[in-house]
Design a binder for this molecule. Structure first.
Ligand code: NAP
Length: 320
């Protein structure tokens, strides 16, 4: 009897093939739709390994009906969809895909920052819908990026890669973490500040911290109220870090200038999310790591980790 792997999204044959040679691989056959919960639970009950995506909730209920489960490998660096405490209790290994997506996600973050500051989506949309009627002296005017001050909340791998890009735009970089990054301070001149100081001082607030109980709702009405009226908020981390209702109010009332969001509290974002009604919000469908090369590298990390655990080796990128 071969050990069984359940893959919760349709993935390319090239990444699955090495696993098929040795294991019984079953796969949810849709690339864009999540596996329904009842099917996920049914498959998990028989699986030795699960290859999951962020939309899959790997919670106590799932762990408890999966007695053979040895490893959950998540196609993301974040793992807030997995209950790590229960995984630990039950001796299930959890792995993720850090590092290989750092530069790609930093590119997207900086692109979203530029697009939001200079109102690119709004301007493009006007051309496509026939609403570009004339060149206007103050039409589509936005905020300068070059020479401005950037504040990064969550100065980890991706945060630092964004900060390095900002140096090329002559930006001053402030950051807030729970711990200081002395090497980056010395090498690049990044400055550590307390959260409130960062919020009050910067032109761009970029959120790149993990979604944890500590960061849930970290940016709410109080924090938005401390920002400059010209501030731009960029969230590429997880939607739940920002209180979306407070963000909507701040944007609508002009308390801050604009926001660029790659992530939302509920994904896919519901069409009735009020943020979608605001012209000063630039939205993307969670595409931070979406380059062809990076996604394939992430998948290869997952495949290797699953193979390692099922063959009795210690996997790389073990979370618990
Ligand atoms: P990382 O290297 O672990 O960096 C996270 C940073 O956040 C660390 O420096 C950590 O430093 C800091 N941090 C943790 N808790 C904090 C808190 N309470 N307040 C302030 N800072 C805190 O992770 P990464 O690879 O850069 O990825 C960061 C996050 O980006 C991921 O967790 C994921 O959710 C998100 N992401 C999104 C996409 C996308 O497609 N949109 C793609 C990749 C990643 P301390 O421990 O010192 O606080």
């Amino acid at each position: 009897m071969k050990l069984r792997i359940f893959v919760t999204r349709k993935l390319d044959d090239s990444v699955i093939a090495p696993l098929r040679e040795k294991f019984d691989v079953r796969m949810w056959e849709s690339e864009s739709e999540s596996v329904p919960r009842d099917i996920l639970l049914k498959e998990a009950a028989e699986a030795d390994a699960l290859w999951t995506v962020l939309a899959d909730s790997v919670d106590r209920e799932l762990f408890e009906i999966a007695p053979k489960l040895k490893v959950v490998s998540n196609l993301a660096v974040g793992y807030n969809n997995i209950d790590l405490e229960v995984a630990k209790e039950r001796g299930v290994i959890v792995t993720n895909t850090p590092g290989v997506l750092t530069e790609t996600t930093a590119d997207l973050t900086f692109g979203l920052l530029l697009a939001t500051a200079r109102r690119l989506m709004e301007a493009e949309n006007d051309i496509r819908t026939g609403n570009w009627t004339s060149w206007s002296p103050m039409g589509y005017t936005g905020m300068d990026v070059g020479g401005a001050t950037l504040g990064i909340i969550g100065m980890g791998r991706i945060g630092e890669a964004v900060a390095r890009r900002a140096k090329g735009f002559d930006m001053r970089v402030l950051y807030h973490n729970r711990s200081r990054k002395m090497d980056a301070e010395v090498e690049h001149g990044f400055e550590y500040v307390e959260l409130d100081t960062l919020l009050k001082s910067v032109d761009y607030v970029v959120i790149l911290a993990p979604y944890t109980p500590e960061t849930a709702g970290l940016i709410g009405a109080r924090e938005l109220g401390m920002m400059k009226k010209t501030a731009v908020v960029i969230n590429v981390a997880r939607g739940g870090i920002v209180d979306e209702t407070a963000l909507y109010e701040a944007l609508k009332n002009g308390d801050i200038w604009a926001a660029g969001l790659d992530v939302f509290a509920t994904e896919p974002v519901p069409q009735d999310n009020p943020l979608l009604t605001l012209p000063n919000v630039t939205v993307l469908p969670h595409i931070g790591s979406a380059s062809i090369k990076t996604r394939i590298e992430m998948m290869n990390l997952n495949a290797q980790a699953i193979m390692d655990v099922l063959e009795g080796r210690e996997p790389a990128n073990r979370v618990v």
